[in-house]
Design a protein around this ligand. Structure first.
Ligand code: 2AM
Ligand code: CA
Ligand code: CA
Ligand code: CA
Length: 261
């Protein structure tokens, strides 16, 4: 695909951060780790990757605003544009030597995500999309799955960790969903869950209590792959509510009501 200058800058930043993360992943036992909240870890690898992305993007577009998981937010001179960045989605996997984690970079314009990049360096899978231009993984066009039957569909979610308050709702979701579908997967990297729905690997995804940086890039990638994405509470803004339900169109109509109870 012929990406815009912004998309190419995002890809460059994601690859550069990916190289740093792969180095740290090889010697993960030596990394300094601290806990930000119950079960929510941050390591030197997260912080180094965020620094690399920030430098690359802010040098390239000095006027844009910034929101990163580890560094917080900063308004730009251009109030309409903002980078939304998770430098390492799946830190817990990373710290356990599990190769399932990614860099996630979204570009917001007037409240809407217009470009997104999710990069999985361990598998060298680069998921990208720009609004109106389709979604791609390593040059291959992405399309959500064509499954229409719930009983054949598999869904991804995140199970609440560290005492997260959405545990009862999630258990109720599972009680309703598991008998109706082919299975539920939980790998611990929300950005990759969204990318995988876009790629047709999962038929749908839902989770509560996410942050803007977990979902920003995934929103545009999934929509450009033909998926439907909404807040669990109809009409709410996904980025601020952090509640999300996503699937191919046919499955969405059956799946979303189960999650919405
Ligand atoms: P993170 O690795 O960037 O913090 C949704 O489950 C999100 O919660 C994940 O994408 C992950 O993003 C975050 N998270 C934080 N701590 C987690 C944990 N202990 N287990 C799973 N996810 C965790
Ligand atoms: Ca985190
Ligand atoms: Ca995350
Ligand atoms: Ca993170």
């Amino acid at each position: 695909m012929q990406g815009s200058a912004n998309l190419n800058l995002m890809i460059k930043a994601a690859r550069k951060a990916g190289r740093s993360l792969v180095k740290d992943f090889r010697e993960v036992e030596n990394l300094q780790v601290s806990m930000k909240g119950a079960g929510d870890f941050v390591s030197k690898a997260d912080i180094a990757a965020e620094g690399i992305i920030r430098e690359e993007l802010m040098n390239g577009r000095p006027n844009y605003g910034w929101l990163g998981e580890e560094g917080g937010g900063e308004p730009g001179k251009d109030p309409t544009r903002r980078w939304i960045v998770d430098p390492l989605d799946g830190t817990t996997n990373f710290l356990h030597g599990l190769p399932h984690w990614a860099v996630s970079i979204g570009l917001e314009h007037k409240g809407e995500i217009v470009a997104g990049v999710i990069y999985d360096p361990a598998k060298d899978e680069m998921f990208v999309a720009e609004k109106g231009q389709g979604a791609f993984m390593n040059e291959t066009r992405l399309r959500v799955s064509a499954r229409t039957k719930m009983i054949e569909a598999i869904f991804a979610t995140g199970l609440p960790f560290g005492g997260r308050s959405d545990l009862p709702e999630t258990l109720q979701d599972l009680a309703r969903l598991l008998p109706a579908c082919a299975g539920v997967r939980r790998w611990g990297a929300a950005a990759l869950d969204l990318a995988y729905v876009a790629a047709g690997r999962y038929d749908g995804f839902w989770e509560r209590r996410l942050h803007a940086w977990d979902v920003a890039a995934g929103l545009v990638i999934l929509r450009e792959a033909g998926g439907l994405v909404e807040a669990i509470t109809p009409g709410e803004d996904i980025l601020s509510s952090g509640e999300i339900v996503a699937a191919n169109e046919a499955i969405f109509d059956k799946f979303a009501p189960i999650i919405r109870g």
